[in-house]
Design a protein around this ligand. Structure first.
Ligand code: LMR
Length: 332
């Protein structure tokens, strides 16, 4: 009898333990490298809020901004190791996993964010989301940041002005070639290190969006910013494909719905955020904004053009043509 009671208690404890385990929420760590008040930062917080409203108790989202948990290269590794579950690297940082995404780094390819949106929502863009599942990355959506501007401590009006200067770039071979085409010295560097590198003169300049420039205070250590709109910083929100497949189907479906809603909101407001941050930079009086005439802009475009011939074979001319066509396409 005593044995029976003891076994019953052990059994109850075991099941009790399992029940407690089953009730533990699924934890999604969302790590990224930018500030909270940027398009990506706002998106991550909104995702957390909506998940906790709609899946509260079942899923918990922890957001780690500003490279707090992992910086650029580390977060890609951490996702594969299961140390984080969602990251949203800029499209430039997938360089070593697929050549297709290099299309986004081609200089002066997209006229504006609306064109990027059309391309990403077309068949070629959508296919990119699932193009890295064999490497463990599953794309959940594209989030916009915006067009890149180029800064330094001297005014950059013509491409010749950039000659001999050291520029910080993201880990992308296309961006490396872009600055080499200008006769500059590109240096791949993690985002978290850029402010200090600019401040101490390790590099002379950098390229980024208004929201990243403002939120990282780059304008306080760069005297001039050229409004070049010469490229783009956008993101792929990615998860670990095995983790995603392991989620209970009803939870996974709801998370995908939420992600689609957040994506829509982020992409509707990214332009506004960048315009507001440009205004804040101008109001600060810390950095002079250089506007280019159409003729000056054409010179930058021509100076950077050799990059296309170099990278077209890897990217695929059809992908480049599709991206170019999105500049003209109309949204119905
Ligand atoms: C950069 O490294 O400059 C950007 O990719 C940072 C970001 O995530 O916007």
């Amino acid at each position: 009898m005593r044995l029976f009671i003891a076994s019953a208690v052990a059994l109850a404890m075991a099941f009790g333990g399992m029940a407690a385990k089953a009730a533990d929420p699924i934890v999604i760590k969302f790590s990224h490298v930018v500030a909270d008040d940027t398009p990506k930062g706002v998106g991550a917080q909104l995702f957390k809020k909506m998940v906790e409203e709609r899946l509260g108790g079942k899923v918990k989202v922890e957001v780690y901004p500003n490279s707090q948990l992992f910086g650029d290269a580390k977060e890609m590794e951490a996702l594969l190791l299961g140390d984080v579950q969602i990251i949203a690297p800029s499209l430039s940082k997938f360089d070593k996993f697929t050549k297709k995404l290099q299309v986004f780094d081609l200089p002066f390819l997209f006229d504006d964010v609306a064109a990027i949106d059309r391309f990403q929502n077309g068949p070629a863009g959508k296919a990119m989301l699932t193009s890295m599942t064999d490497k463990g990355y599953l794309g959940l959506g594209f989030w916009h940041n915006g067009m890149k501007q180029i800064s330094a401590n001297k005014p950059l009006r013509s491409p010749e002005d950039a000659k001999g200067l050291k520029f910080r770039i993201q880990a992308s071979d296309v961006l490396e070639a872009q600055f080499k085409a200008l006769g500059s010295n590109p240096q791949k560097m993690a985002f978290a290190e850029v402010y200090q590198a600019l401040q101490t003169g390790v590099v002379d300049g950098q390229e980024n969006t208004w929201s990243n420039i403002y939120s990282q205070k780059f304008h306080e250590v760069q005297k001039f910013i050229t409004n070049s709109d010469h490229g783009v910083i956008d993101y792929m929100v990615v998860t670990n494909s095995k983790f995603w497949a392991s989620l209970p189907p009803d939870i996974r479906t709801e998370l995908e719905k939420i992600m689609a809603e957040v994506t829509k909101k982020v992409n509707e407001s990214a332009d506004t955020q960048n315009a507001a941050d440009l205004k804040k930079i101008m109001d600060s009086g810390r950095s002079e904004i250089i506007k280019l005439t159409p003729e000056q802009k054409l010179k930058w475009r021509e100076a950077m053009k050799p990059v296309y011939t170099q990278f077209a074979p890897g990217i695929g001319q059809d992908t480049i043509d599709g991206a170019l066509a999105s500049n003209k396409a109309k949204t119905n």
